[in-house]
Design a protein around this ligand. Structure first.
Ligand code: FES
Length: 147
């Protein structure tokens, strides 16, 4: 099966029902995408498929074959996506575990809604959990990146 990830085509030897998260982490060594709950509840595994934020833990590879998959490693060429720069400026992460998923959700959201209200941000980010409680800094960084 062929997967296109961060602009590169990869042949993977996997059952078509393998979760995309396993293919990214275990077969392609793209470990920026994290396993949190494995049940679609936390958002740590968020990546993009054709620009849409999806949960890689719940997505079988067959569902995204032929789509452009983007992980945190491919969001920008040099870690300089406006959200990544805002994340650094606002010193967002604490433990950091959920942050790739947070940024990928925010990036897909800002593509669709470049000038969001506070309520829009709250709604868009409500499915991404952070046990360290970095939510205020996440929201500040998104507002900054959107400005
Ligand atoms: Fe996929 Fe939690 S690991 S949503």
């Amino acid at each position: 099966m062929e997967l296109t990830v961060n602009g590169e085509k990869h042949q993977i030897d996997a059952d078509e029902n393998m979760p995309l998260l396993w293919a990214l982490r275990d077969l392609l060594q793209l470990t920026g995408t994290k396993f949190g709950c494995g049940a679609g509840l936390c958002g740590a595994c968020t990546v993009h498929a054709d620009g849409m934020a999806i949960r890689a833990c719940l997505t079988p590879v067959k569902a995204v074959a032929g789509q452009q998959i983007t992980t945190i490693e491919g969001l920008s060429s040099a870690g300089d996506h406006p959200l990544q720069e805002a994340w650094i400026k606002h010193n967002v992460p604490q433990c950091g575990y959920c942050q790739a998923g947070q940024i990928m959700t925010a990036a897909a959201f800002l593509e669709k809604n470049p000038s969001p209200s506070e309520a829009d941000i709250n709604q868009a980010m409500s499915g991404n959990l952070c046990r360290c409680g970095t939510y205020p800094r996440i929201k500040a960084a998104i507002k900054d990146a959107a400005a």
